[in-house]
Design a protein around this ligand. Sequence first.
Ligand SMILES: C[S@@+](CC[C@H](N)C(=O)[O-])C[C@H]1O[C@@H](n2cnc3c(N)ncnc32)[C@H](O)[C@@H]1O
Length: 193
Amino acid sequence: MNTDLQEFLNQLHAEGVDHDSSQVDRAHRYRNLNPETAHFIAMLVQLMHAQKVVEIGTSNGYSTIWLADAVTTTGGTITTVDIESQHGAADNVERAGLTEPVEFVHADAGEYLAGVEDDSVDVLFLDAERTQYAGWWPHPYRVLRAGGLMLIDNAHHPAPDELTAFVALIADEPGLDQLVLPLGSGLIMARKV
Ligand SMILES: C[S@@+](CC[C@H](N)C(=O)[O-])C[C@H]1O[C@@H](n2cnc3c(N)ncnc32)[C@H](O)[C@@H]1O
């Protein structure tokens, strides 16, 4: 990553932390990903040479920019989905100079995932309302290609119980090999075998 982009991401993250500290209503917070987690996910995208990345939960585009930068090295694309108007995400992605590989979808993720082709996604990153994920099953699994990766943030923090139902679905699916990394807020990695 070039230093200008790294500086822009650092600035966006700092602004997000500052913004969130003054927002009482959780729905209005940006809730950006931990930088180390974002860096790690971007590295995985590059290592997998991922062509189709899907992100659920755009917010202001912080993690989208990490992923968009990663897919510029693989020749892939990222589709980022958010149910809300996206807190200036498109402007931030444009400022980062990464409009080309990014498709913004304004939709409910459950409805969006239900329409995605079987076995078509290399990396699916879930970073939205955790209590909803179980209701989206089996689509998060169905859309992954063999060898594809599902990544889920917030396994450990702030409310691990919100993921209990989803974690049970993953654990019961013999077609997934999964582990939890103590990175940032806790990152679940589940690979379709
Ligand atoms: C934690 S924030 C995403 C942060 C972002 N990934 C980042 O690191 O910059 C969660 C986002 O999920 C969105 N969201 C919540 N429920 C959703 C749903 N059912 N479908 C799509 N997006 C949803 C919210 O509007 C919010 O912008």
